[in-house]
Write a protein that binds this ligand. Structure first.
Ligand SMILES: NC(=O)C1=CN([C@@H]2O[C@H](COP(=O)(O)OP(=O)(O)OC[C@H]3O[C@@H](n4cnc5c(N)ncnc54)[C@H](OP(=O)(O)O)[C@@H]3O)[C@@H](O)[C@H]2O)C=CC1
Ligand SMILES: CC(C)=CCC[C@@H](C)[C@H]1CC[C@H]2C3=C(CC[C@]12C)[C@@]1(C)CCC(=O)C[C@@H]1CC3
Length: 345
């Protein structure tokens, strides 16, 4: 009788491993002695100890090849949040995640760690020290958030101790760090176009920004604590820097660190939100004639003008989580990593 080979617990796969968070995670896993299969729609680097599988996560056969002999899977692939392609979000984040779950089960994977987002509970109104038991947003602010909610529900529901398939979701917030393609590049681009002069609201709103290595640390802890007798099975965990900061102080520190002026003039939140909504509607109506992408989308204005910070008490208690890089150090390392984005470069 053929005996089934039990996959090695040091063999894992990172779906989305070519992306910003994914690549940092892969590097940490290699440091910790894992061998890693990366599954991604693109290959962005090469590293010893990493096997690349290029493909779309909606394709189960392609996934099965990458998951052969793998016991642990991290799923951190998603279309970019700035996209407004609803069909793409539904296909990748919802149907694609269903495919990932089926492929994991068929391949005999034992643990699935999903990168969700703290935004799954954000509706545009203040969240102060939000806990994981807050209800999912009833009116999510965009298609990204709407599909991240469905994705998280699917993964947590799939947790089945009897079948030996364990799942957990990590909810980071505002990830930043070296090679981030989003936060710092968009900020610098906005500054270079002379649009970073204004503070939306009174500038006192507190927000979580999380250094990428802390997010990676949360993922590794979750994977290593995910066992049949553990309280973390089927649960979501906030992972942040645990140092809420004024949104506009964070933006100013990054801008000033790169040689740009900090925003100074205040504009009322409701005025800017109303204008952003109007521009977004105009861009939809005029789309057949002209295509333009407003910088200040309603989502970005809501994120820039409200409180949204989260408690990571549950991660501290259940995972022993503690940030490994402070906000100050994270900002310094991030600024240093972008010489090409410095003023005048
Ligand atoms: N950045 C942040 O502030 C936050 C991010 N998150 C979550 O963290 C995760 C990682 O985000 P981040 O690293 O910033 O994003 P990236 O866009 O850098 O990484 C995502 C990777 O997934 C790939 N991908 C997209 N669609 C598919 C597909 N159909 N099949 C296979 N691969 C695909 C992307 O390729 P391509 O680039 O070609 O699309 C990219 O390489 C995401 O799940 C995101 O929702 C959560 C909270 C905050
Ligand atoms: C006002 C302005 C132009 C700010 C520039 C920075 C923004 C691009 C970022 C500020 C907060 C960021 C953020 C995300 C993306 C980039 C920002 C809007 C996410 C939406 C990324 C995906 C998530 O899951 C939640 C993040 C919240 C914070």
């Amino acid at each position: 009788m053929a005996t089934r080979v039990r996959p090695s617990s040091k063999r894992c796969a990172v779906i989305g491993g070519s992306g910003f968070l994914g690549r940092h995670l892969v590097e940490k896993l290699l440091d910790r002695g894992y061998s890693v299969s990366v599954f991604d729609i693109r290959q962005s680097y090469e590293l010893p100890g990493v096997t690349f599988h290029q493909g779309d996560l909606c394709n189960k056969q392609a996934l099965l090849l990458a998951l052969k002999d793998v016991s642990l899977v991290f799923h951190c692939a998603s279309p970019a949040p700035a996209s407004d392609d609803r069909a793409l979000f539904e296909r990748v984040n919802i149907q694609g995640t269903q495919t990932v779950i089926q492929a994991c089960i068929e391949a005999g994977v034992q643990k699935l760690v999903l990168t969700s987002s703290a935004s799954v509970v954000f509706e545009g109104a203040d969240i102060k020290n939000g806990r994981e038991d807050l209800p999912y947003a009833k009116n999510p602010i965009d298609y990204y958030t709407e599909t991240k909610i469905e994705q998280e529900k699917l993964v947590l529901k799939a947790c089945d101790k009897q079948k030996g398939f364990l799942t957990v979701a990590i909810r980071p917030h505002g990830i930043f760090g070296p090679r981030d393609p989003q936060l710092v590049p968009i900020l610098v681009d906005t500054a270079r176009r002379g649009k970073m002069k204004f503070i939306i609201g009174d500038g006192t709103n507190l927000v979580d920004f999380t250094f990428v290595e802390n997010v990676v640390h949360g993922h590794v802890l979750a994977a290593e604590h995910l066992k049949p007798d553990s309280p973390i099975c089927g649960k979501p965990y906030h992972i942040t820097n645990d140092e809420p900061v004024r949104f506009w102080d964070f933006m100013s520190d990054v801008l000033v660190g790169l040689g740009y002026a900090a925003p100074r003039y205040h504009l009322p939140y409701t005025l800017v939100y109303g204008l952003a909504l109007l521009l977004w509607l105009l861009s939809l109506i005029l789309r057949p004639l002209i295509s333009f992408k407003p910088t200040f989308t309603p989502m970005r204005v809501a994120l820039a003008g409200t409180h949204h910070y989260y408690s990571c008490k549950r991660a501290k208690e259940d995972l022993g989580y503690k940030p490994v890089v402070s906000l100050k150090e994270g900002i310094a390392r991030t600024v240093q990593s972008y010489p090409h984005l410095r003023h005048g470069a």
